[in-house]
Ligand binder design. Structure first.
Ligand code: OSB
Ligand code: MG
Length: 374
């Protein structure tokens, strides 16, 4: 495959409702879409960086800079035999996994289209439908959270995850557990606690949670290993895991019993495959996390979730939960059983709505192999 052109677009989209996590409230998204043209075929990827450096250190603007000044110039005009060669070509760029992931994943979509197979199959996935769960932002009070949980369960979702932070935790979890004694329930703190809060976090044990996601510092695997030894609830690491080396460290240190794989956070499909394989070797269940993606990022998440190691419902939900109108066709839909059908068409398997993207675009940048050669 020859990488003939790379086109960056920043789109701005309003979320249907504000989404509150322990690090802030998001009501609109500034998202970088990446189009990579290889052998005449357009592949699409999405950069999952947030607007602020509250989840990890990347932002929409750092990703724009790193792709524009380093990633795109490293790839334009190159010929590769597979998208899996991408990380090798970008090895000199430290960190900035989300920036690299948006570009690498676009190349995976192009490769699957050129090969004429669904991206899920190119990755080695086998499932025809994946299990879907929801992530619920922090609410004003437990009553309004209960109403939301009930609504999502009625839609069929198989697992409910509650965002928590100090002061908005035990009371909320207890209320949901009392009302729904048997559902798969988990919580996500996005690094809002410290090791000295261990006794407080231990009070979650009685609620039979599937997991507590990333309770401690975003980059502190060691502290999580100390906490896991003091609580029964399984810790799931999200922010801490940027690659398979981090996953191995976490597993060996017993810092978690579950890992959330996000394509952006680990740098793209190639590294996600390594993390999945490692976790399978160690019998650590994995699931696919979400970053309030458009349909393009969602489609990549669906393809990855078809791999054998993804044994828990992910945060991959219907387009309509976040958007009035998505940028793919058809939109991602969830069945009454809480599953998503994996598309059978080549590539990501959804049509990209160029007209709508055009309307939403606020800036672009592009490279073509001719320009580099000149
Ligand atoms: O930690 O999983 C997270 C959204 C933004 C930043 C971090 C996280 C989340 C979510 C949303 O939980 C999951 C989704 O996209 O549905
Ligand atoms: Mg998380």
């Amino acid at each position: 495959m020859k990488i003939e052109s790379i086109i960056l677009r920043e789109v701005q989209m309003r979320l249907k409702a504000p989404f509150e996590t322990s690090f802030g409230i998001s009501d609109h998204r500034r998202i970088i879409l990446v189009e990579v043209v290889a052998d005449g075929v357009s592949g699409w990827g999405e950069v999952t960086a947030s607007e602020t450096p509250g989840y990890n250190s990347e932002t929409t603007d750092t990703a724009w800079h790193v792709i524009s000044d380093f990633v795109a110039p490293s790839l334009i005009g190159k010929t590769v035999s597979a998208a899996s060669e991408c990380p090798g070509l970008l090895a000199a760029i430290r960190g900035h996994e989300m920036a690299k992931s948006g570009v690498e994943n676009a190349l995976w979509d192009a490769e699957a289209q050129i090969t004429g197979i669904p991206l899920s199959r190119l990755l080695g996935g086998t499932l025809n439908e994946i299990a879907s769960g929801v992530s619920l932002g922090i609410r004003e009070n437990p009553q309004s959270l209960l109403k939301k949980v009930e609504e999502e369960l009625r839609s069929g979702y198989q697992r409910i995850k509650l965002k928590i932070k100090p002061g908005k935790d035990l009371e909320y979890v207890a209320a949901v557990r009392r009302e729904f004694p048997n559902i798969l329930l988990s919580v996500d703190a996005n690094s809002a606690y410290r090791l000295k809060d261990a006794a407080h976090l231990r009070k979650l044990d009685e609620h039979k949670l599937l997991m507590i996601e990333q309770p401690l510092n975003w980059d502190d695997i060691y502290a999580h290993s100390r906490l896991q030894a003091q609580i029964q609830t399984a810790i799931c690491l999200d922010e801490c895991i940027n690659n398979a080396r981090h996953a191995l460290t976490a597993i060996e240190l017993k810092a978690c019993r579950i890992i959330n794989i996000k394509l952006g956070r680990v740098g793209g499909h190639s590294e996600a495959l390594h993390v999945e394989q490692l976790c399978r070797t160690y019998s650590i269940p994995v699931w696919c996390g979400g970053m309030l993606e458009t349909g393009i990022g969602r489609a990549h998440n669906i393809a990855m979730s078809t791999l054998e190691g993804f044994t828990l419902p992910g945060d991959v939900s219907a387009s309509r939960r976040y958007w009035n109108e998505d940028i793919i066709e058809p939109e991602v839909e969830v069945t009454s059983k809480g599953t998503i059908h994996v598309p059978k068409r080549p590539g990501i398997g959804y049509a990209v709505r160029r007209d709508r993207i055009e309307q939403l675009t606020v800036r672009t940048n592009n490279w073509s192999s001719q320009r580099t050669a000149a």
